[in-house]
Ligand binder design. Structure first.
Ligand code: C5P
Length: 236
């Protein structure tokens, strides 16, 4: 997938709503002079409720899709799921890096020659060192993130989803070819909510993030169009 050049193309709007109507309303409330957000993220809630039809509906509004279903299964199953995602015409999708090298190689191979960017999710930000240790992983989350990112890169996976505070370490350890997508971004004027490890959009891009996933600072704003325009201005 081509790297974004315009600031607005760096923003992925998280469509964290339960149904297609809500998703389309949200897009329309953000569209700037009729131009919809370049990329929208459809996650587990919306896709489980509405299925492929929501992908088609959002694409018909003119948005590219980040299908965030975090596949984690045996290599053969994940490879087929990746083909299904590619068949839906989505631009980006996610797998769990903890599925291992062979699973990620199968995913990368399934997307070969396709315009589909696969992103590996490393350690969920809801996991702390105590929870990791209970699963038998006795290292700090950051060390585990870098280890899993290394396996993803070796498998030929195109990018990583990581929290703002991990961007620099990933950029230092891997070359430019590994794309970075970052949630947990908060403009100074927005409430952090339940996001703890936050950075502003401009800081996250300066640190090396290629795309930013932004939900509530825009979607829950009194005026989503204005909030979106403010983030675009901040990135300009
Ligand atoms: O509303 P907010 O900007 O926090 O939304 C961020 C989006 O990114 C949500 O869809 C959330 O599920 C997702 N996400 C996240 N933190 C992660 C991974 C994904 O906030 N570590």
């Amino acid at each position: 997938m081509k790297l974004p050049s315009r600031p607005q193309d760096k923003i992925i709007i998280a469509l964290d709503v339960p149904d297609t109507d809500g998703a389309l309303r949200l897009i329309d409330s953000i569209a700037d002079h009729g131009e919809p957000p370049a990329l929208c993220k459809i996650g587990l809630e919306l896709f489980t409720a509405e299925g492929p039809s929501v992908v088609k509906a959002v694409k018909a509004r003119g948005c590219e899709i980040f299908l965030d279903l975090k596949f984690h299964d045996i290599p053969n199953t994940v490879a087929h799921a990746i083909r299904s995602a590619a068949g839906l015409g989505v631009a980006m999708t996610t797998i769990h890096a903890v599925g291992g090298l062979v699973m990620m190689e199968a995913a990368a191979k399934a997307a070969e020659k396709m315009e589909l960017l696969i992103l590996a999710v490393t350690v969920l930000t809801s996991m702390d060192s105590d929870q990791l240790s209970a699963t038998g992983i006795n290292v700090e989350p950051k060390e585990q993130v870098l280890r899993l990112a290394g396996i993803a890169a070796k498998a030929g996976i195109g990018g990583i989803v990581c929290s703002p505070l991990e961007i620099s370490a990933i950029r230092e350890s891997f070359d430019e070819k590994l794309r970075i997508v970052t949630p947990g971004v908060r403009p100074i004027w927005a409430a952090a909510g339940d996001q703890k490890r936050v950075m502003t959009p401009a800081e996250a891009v300066a640190a090396g993030s290629d795309w930013l996933v932004i939900g509530r600072p825009i979607t829950a704003a009194e005026n989503p169009k204005e909030a979106y325009a403010k983030v675009v201005a901040e990135l300009s």
